[in-house]
Design a protein around this ligand. Structure first.
Ligand SMILES: [Zn+2]
Length: 302
């Protein structure tokens, strides 16, 4: 059984929409085995559009960190426990779909635990992966896929789509492609997953690109797209001359972050201080001279 989970964080609607769309499009005559889909793991937070609930008596409000939950715990712990007991504990495969900010590339997050997880991680077909060493076995890690591996028998991990607070159709399509790839990898749908060239953001460092002048940044690609060395990734409409410049990539790589990144970082720092991290930002917008506008990871040769 392949377990699909989304909507643990209520501001990450792309995952809910992608799981829902995937189930709608799934051709049952082609499917071998069972898919169990939970498109909205945390309905109260989704209804509020919030990452965490604004109530609860427990210390840990982040559903993503408290698996498998418990039958006598807080509201969020009981929600997790219901999902755990009613399928996830018995899954062979699982995927936990999240969605981070729109100016960051969609990514597959997995570790080198056992020999089956890395091939499944790469089979996502996402061009950005965050592949880390395995967590120490004696360390409590409360992510749903990690618990499903350790307490159950599942192989699985989380992905981050791109964009929060609303549904982005391109990310719904991308999420469906990831799920199709993974069911092919699991032998549950016919065919082989398509795997592009991938960068591992856990172990390489990105190349920073800064704006040459004040202007308005108009992206020509999206985070997650490949861009060849010397090729443009954005236009910069200059405010002094009224003309526009092309910003080009210094490396053959994959765009990880794109946008008015210094401005975004400053806003995140303020939000972090007030614990209000609820708003996303678009990759386009006004930038200052020398502002960080892109982080591009070089694709290793060969
Ligand atoms: Zn999340």
């Amino acid at each position: 059984m392949f377990h699909l989970l989304a909507g643990q964080h209520g501001n990450e609607l792309n995952g809910c929409a992608a799981v829902d769309a995937f189930i709608e499009e799934l051709d049952l005559s082609e499917l071998k085995g069972t898919v169990l889909a939970v498109p909205v793991a945390n309905p109260v937070c989704v209804a509020q559009g919030r990452q965490y609930p604004d109530f609860d008596d427990g210390l840990q409000k982040n559903m993503n960190l408290l698996w498998p939950g418990g039958p006598d715990g807080t509201y969020i712990e009981r929600l997790a426990w219901a999902i755990w007991e009613n399928g996830l504990s018995d899954a062979d495969w699982c995927l936990d779909v999240h969605s981070w900010k729109r100016w960051q590339a969609p990514a597959a997050l997995f570790s080198r635990e056992g020999d089956k997880l890395v091939p499944m991680g790469k089979a996502s077909g996402l061009s950005v992966v965050r592949m880390t060493d395995a967590y120490p076995p004696d360390k409590y890690v409360g992510f749903a896929p990690t618990v499903a591996r350790r307490m159950g028998h599942a192989i699985g991990y989380a992905i981050e789509l791109s964009g929060q607070q609303r549904v982005f159709p391109d990310q719904v399509e991308l999420g469906c492609r990831v799920m199709r790839n993974l069911l092919k990898h699991a032998g549950m749908l016919p065919g082989e997953p398509h795997i592009p060239r991938q960068v591992n953001i856990a172990e390489a460092s990105g190349v920073d690109v800064r704006s040459p002048s004040d202007g308005v940044l108009l992206p020509l690609v999206m985070p997650g797209d490949e861009v060849a060395e010397g090729h443009p990734f954005a236009r910069l409409m200059r405010l002094d001359t009224g003309t526009s410049d092309l910003l080009t990539s210094p490396v053959d790589g994959v765009v990880f972050k794109l946008g008015p990144l210094d401005k975004i970082q400053k806003a995140m720092d303020i939000e972090g201080a007030t614990k209000k991290d609820r708003y996303d930002r678009d990759p386009s917008g006004p930038v200052r001279a020398d502002e960080l506008v892109a982080v591009i990871y070089e694709i290793a040769a060969g």
